[in-house]
Design a protein around this ligand. Structure first.
Ligand code: LMR
Ligand code: MN
Length: 428
């Protein structure tokens, strides 16, 4: 412990070590011992550190957020003491950031990042980590500033490059510049750059720029780097063993009866959907930047396995029908919604987030000249008929017709998932 023990702590070293020995087995007792030391030596970095670790260990054992908050504050206080050895400073700061992130209190991590960077200004890793925290907070503006600074000093840092490119793509919508940074960043093969998000958005930016061959090369590179399941199936939240194929038939799914019932009752669903369309403001515009041009709106009934009670009241018959299918209403990785697309719309090729759901489309109002491509096959909707596909595969939509297209989208768990997986998989 010599490199975490300053001159004054050296004098009470035995006492500190004794308290520390209790940490693993009896964190409560260790806390008492560290508090005793602090009464005599209130500025001891190691005693304060020991107190923080005791609180941290107790928080973990008791699963207590209150204790965790106290631990985060205690770690932070250590950093403000005088004469904290470098090794201790780094350890405490990194643990404090780790716990603040775990707790979801990112704004408490930020000042700790800044202290760490102030102390070790030549360590680019600590600066990249601040950018990561800002990104997790969806604070693209601050993340971009940090990354810009890093790249002005370390222009070849791969981790900063991919994250900077990621922001240019998603926040600035500057596809060309995004491609440049994502591509160069990935090419460094630095730690952290081989990540599906960077491959996905590089490929996507290239597709939108019309550079299809380059996009395909990135997708294949992604498969070789094991970040994609296949060149067409580029979802990032996957259970790897699941059968993946672009198109499904209702007969492929154990609960075929549900889909038969949906088709039999399509007119009831259509009438409710059309009724909703008459009321302004019910349908919400797609906000994920998936359209090249046009108008695409949705009315959500279920999302991530949670019912939108208010919206369901507006179409009770549709909701009652769907509620007979637990794999749909309980699908924490899916949605159930009416989806309306107007003439002149093009939805860019894209992949859903997960291979754990399949997506069914019930045609309700289908003019001619509307198309959906999934992987390499183009089909069309039909009124009263279902299309079932795996939206983790690349898909693209065109409306070249002359009147509104309305469908009901029902996502449901992939039939090969176990009960346990459906219960425990995180929401997407
Ligand atoms: C999609 O799920 O991406 C689209 O198919 C939705 C739609 O309304 O066509
Ligand atoms: Mn989609």
């Amino acid at each position: 412990f010599s490199n975490i023990t300053n001159v004054d702590d050296m004098k009470i070293r035995e006492e500190l070590d004794r308290a520390e020995q209790n940490l693993a087995n009896d964190a409560a007792f260790a806390l008492t011992l560290f508090n005793n030391i602090l009464e005599k030596s209130p500025l001891s970095p190691r005693a304060f550190y020991g107190k923080a670790r005791s609180l941290d260990a107790l928080a973990e054992r008791k699963k207590s957020n209150k204790l965790l908050d106290e631990a985060i504050i205690a770690y932070h206080q250590v950093l403000k003491l005088n004469d904290v050895p470098d090794a201790l400073f780094q350890m405490v700061a990194e643990r404090c950031i780790n716990r603040a992130r775990f707790r979801g209190v990112y704004n408490q991590a930020v000042p700790v990042h800044k202290l760490l960077i102030g102390r070790f200004p030549k360590n680019v890793h600590f600066q990249n980590e601040l950018a990561v925290t800002y990104l997790t907070m969806n604070n693209f503006y601050e993340a971009k500033k940090v990354l810009y600074d890093i790249l002005s000093k370390w222009p070849l840092n791969g981790f900063a490059m991919v994250n900077y490119g990621f922001i240019l793509k998603l926040y600035d919508l500057d596809l060309k510049q995004a491609v440049k940074y994502l591509k160069r960043g990935i090419e460094t093969k630095d730690r952290g750059v081989i990540d599906g998000r960077f491959f996905y958005h590089l490929g996507d930016a290239l597709l939108r720029l019309g550079r299809k061959d380059e996009a395909m090369a990135v997708h294949i590179d992604g498969v070789n780097n094991k970040v994609f399941l296949s060149k067409y199936q580029r979802s990032l939240h996957n259970v790897n063993r699941l059968l993946g194929k672009p198109w499904w038939k209702k007969e492929d799914i154990p609960n075929t009866q549900f889909f038969v019932k949906l088709e039999q009752n399509w007119k009831v669903i259509r009438d409710e959907g059309l009724q909703l369309l008459n009321t302004d403001g019910l349908f919400k515009t797609e906000t994920e930047d998936l359209r090249e041009v046009g108008d695409w709106k949705q009315f959500e009934l279920y999302a991530r396995g949670i019912k939108n009670v208010k919206n369901c009241r507006e179409c009770p018959k549709t909701c009652r029908l769907i509620e007979s299918f637990p794999d749909a209403v309980g699908c924490k990785r899916g949605q159930i919604k009416f989806s309306v697309v107007q003439p002149g719309t093009h939805v860019w090729p894209h992949c859903g987030p997960t291979n754990c759901r399949l997506r069914s489309h019930l045609g309700l109002k289908v003019p001619s000249n509307v198309f959906i491509r999934v992987a390499n096959e183009i089909r069309s909707w039909e009124e009263g008929k279902l299309l079932i596909f795996d939206d983790s595969f690349e898909h693209e939509i065109w409306h070249n017709g002359s009147s509104t297209r309305l469908i009901l989208i029902v996502d449901f768990w992939h039939p090969q998932l176990t009960k346990e997986e459906k219960r425990t998989l995180s929401s997407v």
